[in-house]
Design a protein around this ligand. Structure first.
Ligand code: NYM
Ligand code: MG
Length: 240
């Protein structure tokens, strides 16, 4: 029998994304998931977008806090750039066998900007084409009215019921991809947590020997199979 340590080295972590309208409970669940999965012996890292600590993230934070105005196209690209700048780090974790749970991803980018007048979902997706494709997208569903009842929205840009309704409509257009699971978030925190934990542990088990796909490229959209890329030597290589 070959030693298990060498095969363990080959196993990657899963990429799991939590999405949903504001106040759907994503951030609370992400923190709980990390603790529970760690306690079960899984290595887990959390990422969140926007990641406000970087230079790009600070501009985004000022924009969301309405401390500055930016062209809608420009801020859309900044949200995307904020994801791309974190990708080398995120990919390294996955290659090393750590499961990465992400609080919002490119789906937020597309759904929020496309809620603005004059923006198509298709245009909004382009800047994120080629990012790692999540193995699982857990979409927490909550009507904008239910979300508003959860203590109300804050003062950030976009935190208005009408805008959130357009965001929800955009999410529903994105939800046909086969890596999405729609989860009713209008239930108590612990029940929701148990449901999400089970889905993630199955995904970790199912994906550890397969390659990571790329987002919104034709081959990975429908089949979920990893996209192959030609290397400089002309060999095909799965993107990790
Ligand atoms: N948001 C988030 C976008 O408009 N585009 C994006 O690409 C991302 C990742 O930022 N209202 C919006 C959605 C939220 C806001 O996110 C801040 P959070 O999760 O509340 O910090
Ligand atoms: Mg928020």
């Amino acid at each position: 029998m070959p030693s298990t340590s060498s095969s363990r080295l080959m196993k990657r972590g899963a990429l799991v994304v939590l999405e949903g309208v504001d106040r759907s409970g994503k951030s609370t669940q992400c923190k709980m998931l990390k603790d529970t999965l760690n306690n079960q012996g899984h290595s887990v890292e959390l990422f969140r977008f926007p990641e406000r600590s970087t230079a790009i993230g600070k501009v985004i934070a000022d924009y969301l806090a309405k401390k500055c105005e930016l062209d809608d196209h420009a801020v859309h690209l900044l949200f995307s750039a904020n994801r791309w700048e974190l990708m080398p780090d995120l990919k390294k974790h996955i290659e090393n066998g750590t499961t990465v749970i992400v609080d919002r991803y490119a789906y937020s980018g597309a759904a929020f900007t496309a809620a603005k007048p004059g923006f198509s979902l298709d245009w909004c997706k382009q800047a994120d084409v080629g990012l790692p494709r999540p193995d699982l997208v857990l979409f927490l569903t909550l009507t904008p009215e239910q979300a508003a009842r959860r203590g109300g929205f804050g003062d950030e840009r976009y935190e208005q019921t009408d805008f959130q309704k357009r965001v929800a409509a955009n999410y529903s257009k994105l939800s046909g991809e086969d890596n999405w699971k729609m989860i009713d978030a209008d239930k108590d925190i612990d029940t929701l947590h148990t449901e999400l934990t089970q889905l993630i542990t199955s995904t970790i088990a199912a994906t550890k020997s397969s390659g990571l796909g790329t987002l919104w490229t034709p081959a990975s959209d429908c089949s979920g199979s990893p996209v192959k890329e030609k290397t400089r030597l002309g060999q095909e290589e799965a993107l990790v």
